[in-house]
Ligand binder design. Structure first.
Ligand code: UD1
Ligand code: CA
Length: 464
C-alpha cells in the first residue's frame, strides 16, 4: 500500500461566523469541527497528519493535542498557500496525500477511503471529491470537458452566470500524488477576485501537464457541507445528531424521540438502555446497559453503571454505579462517586462526595465534601455544613449510620458506624459508632397556654 499523508486546513479566521471563537473550534455535537475531521482522518491510517494553523493557532493545537504535526500559516493567503506551508514536512515524500478542510465536520473515513480507492483505480495524480448540491451557492463549481473529465474548479466569486448554474461542487477534500501536489502548488498564482492562492487551481495545472485528474462524486452531499456561517453550523449539527442517534439505535439503544435527544459524538451507551426525551448526554460520558435515562436529564463527562435510572436530573463529571436511582430533580456535581444501589432523590444536591453501596438521600439534602459509607440513610433535609465562609471541610458518615430528618452535620465532623443522629440535630462534635446523638433544644409544653392568653387579652380590652 502507498504511504498516506494528510493535510488539514484550519488556519482561517472564519469571518462569516461573526464569532470570537475560531471557526474550526466551533463544536458540532459537543466536539470541535476540526476534531471531527482529524478523528476521521486518523481512521484512514495516515502516516503523518499535518494541520495548518494560523488564527487561534494555540487554541487549535491545544484542542487537537500532540499526536499530529502543525505548521503555521502566518498570513491567510488562500487554501493553496495553506497547503504550501506543509512543504517542509511533506514535500520530499513519496505517497498519497489527502487534503481536507477543517470546516467540513461531517466527512467520514469511509468516504475518504472511497476517494483514495478511486484515485488508485484511476491511476490519477489528483482526485477531487465532488458532490451534487441543490443549492451550490458559495462552493467552487466543478467544470468538466465534453468527454466528462474535469477541467477545473472555479470559485463562486470568480464564476460567471453560466458557471454558477453548475451544481457539481468541489467539497474541499482531495487526494493527491504528494510530489505532484507540491510541484504544482509552486505554479499557483493569485490572479482572482479574492487575490488568494487557491488550492483547486492545482487541478488545472496538473491537467495542463497531461497528467490524470479524476473526480469521485459522493452520493451524499450532506457529508460534505462546509460550515462558513452559523446557518450551516446548525444544519451540520442536525445531521450529525441524527447520525449519532441512528448509530446508537442500531447498536441496541432505544431512543424514544431522536429529535429531542442530544448525544455527544464520543458518548458510549450500553445495550437495552432507554433514552427518554429532553436528554443531553455529553463529553466523555459512558452509560451502561439496561439504564433508563431521562426525561429531561443531562449527563456530562460521567460514567453510569448498569440498570441505573436517572430522571429529570443533572450528573456532571461523576460516577454512578449499578442499580442506582437518581432523581427526579437531583443535581450531582463534579467529582462525586456514587456506588451501587444508591438512591439520590428529589431535590438532593451532591458535590465532591462519595456515597457507598446501598446509601440513600431520598429528599431535600445537600451533601458536599462528604464521605458517606455503605447503607447510610440520610433523612429528609440532612445537610452537610461544609463551608465556614473561608474553607471547605469534610464530613464523614460511616457505614450503617442513620441521620434523622433536618439535621445539620457541621464539618469537620464524623458520625461513627451504625450511629443515630436524632431528627433536628445540629451536630458539631464527632458522634461515636453505635451511639445516639441528640443535639437540639428540649421540648416544653405549656398546658392551657392559649386560654390563659385569651383571658389576659379580654381583661385588657375591658379596661379601655
Ligand atoms: C473552499 C474551496 C471551494 C470548496 C469549498 C468546500 C478554495 C479556494 N475553495 O472554499 O472550492 O467548494 O472550500 O467547502 O479552496 N484556510 C486556511 N488558510 C487560508 C484559507 C483557508 O487554512 O489561507 C482553511 C480554512 O480555515 C478552512 C478551509 O481552509 O478550514 C477552507 O477555507 P474557506 O475560506 O472556508 O474556503 P471556501 O470559501 O469555503
Ligand atoms: Ca469553507
Amino acid at each position: 500500500m502507498t504511504t498516506r499523508y494528510a493535510v488539514v486546513l484550519a488556519a482561517g479566521q472564519g469571518t462569516r461566523m461573526k464569532s470570537r471563537l475560531y471557526k474550526v473550534l466551533h463544536p458540532v455535537c459537543g466536539k470541535p469541527m476540526v476534531q471531527h475531521v482529524v478523528d476521521q482522518i486518523t481512521r484512514v491510517n495516515a502516516d503523518k497528519i499535518v494541520t495548518v494553523i494560523g488564527h487561534g493557532a494555540e487554541d487549535v493545537k491545544s484542542t487537537l493535542g500532540q499526536k499530529i504535526d502543525y505548521v503555521l500559516q502566518e498570513e491567510q493567503l488562500g487554501t493553496g498557500h495553506a497547503v504550501m506551508q506543509a512543504e517542509e514536512q511533506l514535500g520530499r515524500l513519496e505517497g498519497t496525500t489527502i487534503v481536507v478542510c477543517g470546516d467540513t465536520p461531517l466527512i467520514t473515513s469511509e468516504t475518504m477511503e472511497a476517494l483514495i480507492k478511486h484515485h488508485e483505480d484511476e491511476n490519477a495524480k489528483v482526485t477531487l471529491l465532488t458532490a451534487h448540491a441543490q443549492d451550490p451557492a458559495g462552493y467552487g463549481r466543478v467544470l468538466r470537458n465534453e468527454d466528462g473529465t474535469v477541467s477545473k474548479v472555479v470559485e463562486h466569486k470568480d464564476a460567471n452566470d453560466e458557471e454558477r448554474l453548475v451544481n457539481e461542487i468541489n467539497t474541499g477534500t482531495y487526494c493527491f500524488d504528494n510530489k505532484t501536489l507540491f510541484k504544482a502548488l509552486k505554479r499557483v498564482n493569485n490572479n482572482n477576485v479574492q487575490g488568494e492562492y487557491y488550492l483547486p487551481d492545482v487541478i488545472e495545472i496538473v491537467k495542463n501537464d497531461s497528467e490524470t485528474v479524476a473526480a469521485y462524486r459522493t452520493p451524499s452531499f450532506e457529508e460534505t457541507i462546509g460550515v462558513n456561517d452559523r446557518v450551516a453550523l446548525s444544519e451540520v449539527e442536525r445531521i450529525m445528531k441524527a447520525r449519532i442517534n441512528a448509530n446508537h439505535m442500531k447498536n441496541g439503544v432505544t431512543i424514544i424521540d431522536p429529535m429531542q435527544t442530544y448525544i455527544g459524538a464520543d458518548v458510549q451507551i450500553g445495550q437495552d438502555t432507554v433514552i427518554k426525551p429532553g436528554t443531553l448526554l455529553t463529553g466523555t460520558s459512558v452509560i451502561g446497559e439496561d439504564c433508563v435515562i431521562g426525561p429531561n436529564t443531562e449527563v456530562i463527562d460521567s460514567t453510569i453503571g448498569n440498570h441505573t435510572s436517572i430522571r429529570q436530573s443533572i450528573v456532571s463529571e461523576s460516577d454512578v454505579g449499578n442499580q442506582s436511582v437518581i432523581g427526579p430533580f437531583a443535581h450531582i456535581r463534579p467529582h462525586s462517586q456514587l456506588g451501587n444501589e444508591i438512591k439520590v432523590g428529589n431535590f438532593v444536591e451532591v458535590k465532591k462526595s462519595k456515597m457507598g453501596d446501598g446509601s440513600k438521600a431520598s429528599h431535600l439534602s445537600y451533601i458536599g465534601d462528604a464521605e458517606i459509607g455503605k447503607d447510610v440513610n440520610l433523612g429528609c433535609g440532612s445537610i452537610t455544613v461544609n463551608y465556614d465562609g473561608k474553607n471547605k471541610h469534610l464530613t464523614k458518615v460511616e457505614d450503617g449510620a442513620f441521620i434523622g430528618c433536618n439535621s445539620n452535620l457541621v464539618a469537620p465532623v464524623t458520625v461513627g458506624k451504625n450511629a443515630y443522629v436524632a431528627a433536628g440535630s445540629t451536630i458539631t462534635d464527632n458522634v461515636p459508632g453505635e451511639a445516639l446523638s441528640i443535639a437540639r433544644a428540649r421540648q416544653t409544653n405549656k398546658e392551657n397556654y392559649i386560654s390563659q392568653i385569651q383571658e389576659k387579652q379580654n381583661n385588657h380590652g375591658r379596661k379601655e
